[in-house]
Write a protein that binds this ligand. Structure first.
Ligand code: SF4
Length: 424
């Protein structure tokens, strides 16, 4: 008799995490906003919580809660370089008015801006990439330092936020706290009046939801307040509020696993897989197959977005030699762990062509290969093999202390005659 198929059982750890968040939401569901924030700041995440604020039209409400709970709570403002002058002034106004003493501005990496947005119009051609380099990238290393962070998001703002709870679990085991989740538009306005909070200078001019200047417009009476954000574009969130699977973080879903291992940790991967039919002239954050690049070289070089190059066995990296610097990442495919051709490609890139950006191994990447790959110049690994993931998480990688075949000109093989080794 055929056995009935059992549904996969989530790992006990995932279950406990999900239950923990569910319990938190159950305990504090009825609590008012200041109570939720106080619980988070003084009990649940004491000393491990930060606030991210846009200093936009409604930000004064959340920041007023912060001032009541703890004015020294770290507050981060994403200074994208694209804000209205009025917003920058408003940062100073609110700091002073509320007595906030720990506000920091986060700026985009100037090299990224120079490279990916040299003319300053990336917001128009590729707003997701613009938000990525101006918001997500600067924020990521900061959020990594905290166990949780506070947002001012509210259920009424978008359909996607309609189920927003007070506490969310992100896929990297952090907690997002949304004290204003249940506030309506009217609640926000009443709160501002009740507490005499200074208004953003552009609010009276019809800007009801205020972000970067190029992506914010006035909304008409009765129009959805967020209709003025990215008007005309199919975009509603800036990216920093997405969980890494692209959705609002849900309290009950198990963690989405990152597969990109870089600098000793699994991190969110900004690149997406190249798909049949992708247009090399307009794609963003994709590894363009070498053959496609060679057939569309001018279009790829004119493409203003961050791109990578995909190398598969049999490809000659020399064919793209002059343009390697165009690519932020080069992905080398290992179709099987027994196929060693990718090692040579990586060595060529690192040693002969002086390529200094990301060299990532993709495909059949296993635990025993990684130390060897690193010696050959790989600095990022897409790992889907579960035992290998676990080994990396637990920092278990085999050491390669002895080797016969040195890599580059700095390694000296033990027990051989190093004086016979020639520099090349
Ligand atoms: S909101 Fe607009 S200008 Fe600001 S980072 Fe995003 S796309 Fe760029």
């Amino acid at each position: 008799m055929a056995m009935p198929k059992l549904a996969p059982v989530p790992a006990a750890h995932d279950k406990l995490r999900a239950l923990g968040i569910l319990a938190l939401n159950g305990m504090f569901d009825e609590m008012d906003a200041v109570g939720v924030l106080r619980q988070a700041a003084s009990e649940i995440l004491a000393g491990d919580l930060a606030v991210v604020s846009s200093f936009g039209a409604d930000s004064a409400v959340l920041l007023h809660l912060v001032a009541q709970v703890d004015p020294s709570l770290p507050v981060y403002f994403l200074e994208t370089g694209k804000h209205f002058r009025e917003t920058l002034d408003y940062v100073e106004t609110l700091k002073k008015h509320l007595g906030l003493i720990n506000v920091h501005a986060l700026h985009p990496n100037s090299e990224d801006v120079k490279r990916f947005d040299p003319t300053g119009d990336l917001w128009e051609t590729d707003p997701d990439s613009c938000c990525h380099i101006r918001k997500t990238e600067p924020l990521e290393p900061v959020t990594e330092q905290y166990g949780g962070w506070v947002t001012g998001r509210k259920r009424f703002q978008t359909k996607e936020r309609g189920v927003l709870p007070h506490f969310e679990l992100t896929s990297d085991d952090r907690i997002k706290v949304n004290p204003l989740a249940y506030f309506s538009d009217a609640d926000v306005n009443q709160y501002k009046i009740d507490h005499g909070l200074p208004e953003h200078p552009l609010f009276a001019k019809g800007y009801k939801s205020i972000g970067c200047a190029p992506c914010t417009s006035v909304v008409a009476e009765g129009e959805d307040p967020r209709a003025g954000r990215w008007r005309g574009l199919n975009k509603k969130e800036c990216g920093i509020h997405f969980d890494f699977n692209g959705a609002i973080a849900k309290p009950m879903t198990a963690a989405t696993k990152h597969t990109l291992w870089k600098d000793g940790a699994f991190i969110a991967d900004p690149f997406h897989e190249w798909a049949e039919g992708d247009d090399p002239a307009t794609v963003s954050y994709k590894h363009v197959p070498l053959a496609v690049f060679l057939a569309n070289r001018d279009a790829v070089l004119a493409n203003p977005h961050p791109l990578g190059l995909l190398i598969v066995p049999g490809d000659r990296i020399e064919d793209a030699e002059a343009d390697l610097g165009r690519f932020a990442s080069i992905a080398i495919k290992f179709p099987a762990f027994t196929d060693g051709r990718g090692y040579s490609v990586s060595r060529l890139l690192a040693e002969r062509h002086g390529y200094g950006n990301e060299i990532r191994a993709i495909g059949d990447v296993l635990q025993d290969q990684i130390p060897l790959m690193r010696r050959c110049g790989f600095n990022a690994f897409v790992v889907t093999h579960e035992p290998t993931r676990q080994a990396l998480i637990e920092n278990r990688l085999p050491e390669v202390a002895l080797f016969y075949q040195p890599v580059g000109i700095t390694e000296v093989p033990a027990g051989t005659r190093p004086f016979l080794r020639r520099a090349h």
